[in-house]
Design a protein around this ligand. Structure first.
Ligand SMILES: [Zn+2]
Length: 313
């Protein structure tokens, strides 16, 4: 039996969300009329494509539906103090467990870098001043100075475990908010693994995902180079990175997707839960009223302090 997400003869259909562009594989009996990512009802059906990229690996769900709902409730209650009150009180509305397609990427990176490296040293300085009796005296003090010297070189390393989304329904930033996944739990993909779940087929091109993975890799290299710099400080770090020996695998990641509607006039917000670790991520709508009140409070406090200062003078 081929390990495609949509075995040709079984009861699978493909649905497309016209609103967010996600493309999901569902068993006919699980047919949904609402997009699990954006809660839009602009779903169209189409026959499953035959040339689906075949996932190499998948991570199974550890967090069940009830636990995920509870985690979202807690997260909503604890959302930061500037969150709109109606959002903090809102309940998760639509919940779906989805196998989200993503790419797992690793590569060897070779970078040429240049920077200025700062080395601190102390110096004893002699200076003249006037003492309490009005006499001119000579004193010494220790000052710290930094000597800058140029450094350039090559840095090679192996970058691994870069994860990027292959779904249009979930952006890379949204996926990053619920990472990391414990990749030790990766299993070879078996169609049986996704039975009873929604699974999405990649709705972003492999080239798009490669671009995202390379840019994330450059970010990681930048952090590594910063840590690699000798001396007490550095400035003007520049680097150029070439990647080689790229390895990329399509992986299905377990995600709970929640739609939270806090305002009947606004589109529901997407909150995601990592189906393996339970980490919750999503954008919190900020209450402009609370922010204004906080700013007013700070201004008032500064005013009071200035007043006290003037009075004490
Ligand atoms: Zn959608």
């Amino acid at each position: 039996m081929p390990a495609e997400v949509t075995p040709a003869k079984s009861g699978y259909i493909e649905i497309n969300c016209q609103s967010c562009g996600s493309s999901l594989i569902v068993e006919s009996k699980m047919l949904t009329a609402i997009c699990p990512y954006c809660a839009s009802s602009s779903i169209i059906q189409r026959p499953p494509a035959k040339d689906l990229p075949r996932p190499s690996f998948a991570i199974g769900f550890v967090i069940d539906h009830d636990r995920a709902t509870e985690l979202v409730r807690q997260w909503l209650r604890k959302s930061h103090i500037f969150a709109r009150s109606d959002f903090r009180r809102a309940g998760p509305e639509l919940t779906r467990g989805v196998y989200l397609p993503g790419y797992l990427y690793s590569a060897v990176s070779d970078s040429n870098f240049s920077a200025s490296i700062g080395e601190n040293y102390t110096e004893t300085q002699t200076y003249t001043t006037t003492d309490s009796k009005g006499r001119t005296v000579t004193r010494t003090r220790t000052v710290t100075r930094t000597e800058w010297r140029p450094l350039s070189g090559r840095h090679s390393c192996y970058v691994m475990d870069v994860v990027v989304t292959a779904s249009r329904g979930v952006g890379n930033a949204e996926l990053q908010a619920i990472e990391p996944f414990d990749l030790r739990a990766l299993r070879r993909f078996q169609p049986a693994l996704i039975t009873g779940w929604l699974a999405e087929r990649p709705s972003r091109t492999r080239e798009d995902c490669l671009r995202m993975a390379r840019s994330e890799t450059r970010g990681k290299v930048g952090v590594m180079l910063k840590n690699f710099m000798p001396g007490d400080s550095h400035r003007g770090l520049r680097f150029e990175t070439k990647v080689s020996r790229e390895v990329i695998h399509l992986v299905l990641f377990p995600i709970w997707s929640f739609a939270v509607r806090y305002d009947p006039h606004k589109a529901p917000l997407q909150i995601l839960v990592n189906g393996q670790t339970g980490r919750v991520g999503g954008k919190v709508p900020v209450s402009s009223m609370k922010v204004s009140l906080a700013i007013a409070g700070v201004v008032l406090l500064i005013g009071l302090l200035v007043l006290l200062f003037l009075l004490a003078d």
